[in-house]
Design a protein around this ligand. Structure first.
Ligand code: PA5
Length: 420
């Protein structure tokens, strides 16, 4: 990121105001920053004891929700479950198949009912407002099919995660007798993954939610540090915002691990919806925000990297890397095959890391700002830490831009009842 490393296109120093830091840290746990108050051991136990029977009996668990009500569970389940979980034979799969339905494409919705056994599935309907049209339409479709199959027992296969006492889903859940988990008023959609919004579906498919929360708690300890060198969230926010002031309007997130692929989707929503704002906190028109772009290493080395290396100087690339993959995959040293000797006997682990390093080096040589967030390995603890760091980073960046990172008027506008 720095001029001393990449030359004159880099940053001479990392700027951030102490006031922005204080703004976030002094009001953690209050107002819209209630996401930083992590659930208690008792709340975790309650979730686990309700969800465990579902984990052991359901064939499929389906989340019906969109945006912040879907992406956290999607990103974390993809990181922590077998990468081909749904395709595993039943005896090897230790948890139900997991579907996060965050779209209303008619073909996708119908195809879901072709692959799941509705009567042996469990549905978690998640909407904080209780009013989102996409989620309610999915619910209505699902509940009609489920009731046709199970009659009165259908209600035992549905859970609602919503705001207690408010909204259409809450009313339906009460009337139908669904189990309800509540979402606190001060926890916004894209900051809700450590609430029942993320924890309930993850517990239903056997993710270690206690490990996840312990990782988030660890991150909280260093994310409140005023020392930027000890606080990666503050550091990355300051780097990104310093770069933004130098015209880097695009923030590319590029995990070098398939397990982190949907972390890029999670980040894109968090960064885009939180920071893309018309007004600052003084009510002045500012039209700010860095556009998030998703990429995947090494795949996108063969597509987008050309643009990042030689295209406009408008991007910051953040690599997400893993030092220890959960497997070691050896490239056989097959003597019968002539050629490709440079690969033989090495591992895919070495190759993917070498390719990341070469890409970061090529960007550095081309004077392109890039930074790397490395996690030691993918575990519930490190994923909890990573997600928390991304949320704190977003909160700090919002304060640095002097905008409200927690509202989404542009989204609400588009959510007004579509005329059907
Ligand atoms: O981050 C947000 O606030 C949004 O992305 C919401 O999560 C999304 O619009 C879904 O809203 P709801 O949970 O009310 O259905």
């Amino acid at each position: 990121m720095m001029a001393r490393c990449i030359g004159s296109n880099g940053l001479k120093n990392v700027e951030y105001s102490r006031f922005a830091y204080e703004m976030v840290v002094s009001s953690l746990g209050e107002g819209w920053q209630q996401w930083s108050e992590l659930v208690s051991e008792n709340e975790l136990d309650e979730i686990i004891s309700f969800c465990d029977p579902i984990r052991t009996t359901a064939h499929s668990v389906v989340v019906l929700g969109i945006g912040g009500s879907a992406l956290g569970a999607l990103a974390i389940s993809n990181a922590l479950m077998h990468l081909r979980h749904k395709e595993l034979p039943e005896e090897k799969r230790k948890a139900p198949k997991f579907y996060v339905e965050d779209n209303i494409d008619p073909e996708r919705m119908e195809s879901l009912f072709d692959v799941i056994d509705v009567g042996k599935s469990y549905f978690i309907v998640i909407t904080k407002s209780g009013e989102t049209g996409e989620t309610l339409s999915q619910f209505l479709m699902m509940y009609a099919k489920l009731s046709a199959r199970l009659g009165d027992k259908a209600r035992e296969h549905v859970m609602a995660v919503t705001t207690i006492g408010k909204g259409t889903l809450y009313d339906i859940a009460l009337a139908e007798g669904f189990k309800i988990f509540g979402i606190k008023k001060g926890v916004g959609g894209r900051f809700s993954v450590f609430s029942p919004v993320g924890l309930v579906p993850l517990a239903c498919v056997g993710v270690d939610i206690k490990g996840l929360i312990s990782g988030a708690a660890k991150a909280k300890e260093y994310c409140v540090s005023p020392h930027i060198d000890e606080n990666p969230a503050l550091m990355m926010a300051a780097l990104n915002m310093s770069a933004y002031r130098k015209g880097r309007n695009i923030s590319v997130i590029m995990p070098y691990a398939d397990s982190l692929r949907f972390m890029a989707d999670f980040y894109a929503q968090l960064w885009g919806e939180s920071l893309g704002k018309k007004y600052n906190l003084l009510g002045e028109t500012v039209n700010v925000g860095q556009t998030p772009v998703k990429a995947l290493g090494v795949t996108d080395q063969h597509s987008q990297i050309q643009l990042y290396t030689e295209g406009p100087l408008d991007k910051v690339i953040t690599f997400l890397t893993v030092s220890q993959f959960r497997n070691v995959s050896v490239i056989p040293n097959d003597k019968r095959i002539s050629g490709a000797d440079f690969l033989k006997g090495h591992t895919l682990n070495e190759l993917v890391n070498a390719e990341y390093f070469a890409t970061a080096y090529a960007l550095k040589k081309a004077g392109r700002m890039n930074m790397t967030l490395e996690i030691s390995s993918v575990t519930p603890q490190t994923i909890g830490e990573l997600v928390a760091v991304l949320m704190y980073q977003t909160a700090f960046a919002g304060a640095m831009l002097n905008i409200n990172a927690y509202d989404q008027p542009g989204v609400e506008e588009g959510k007004k009842e579509p005329s059907l």
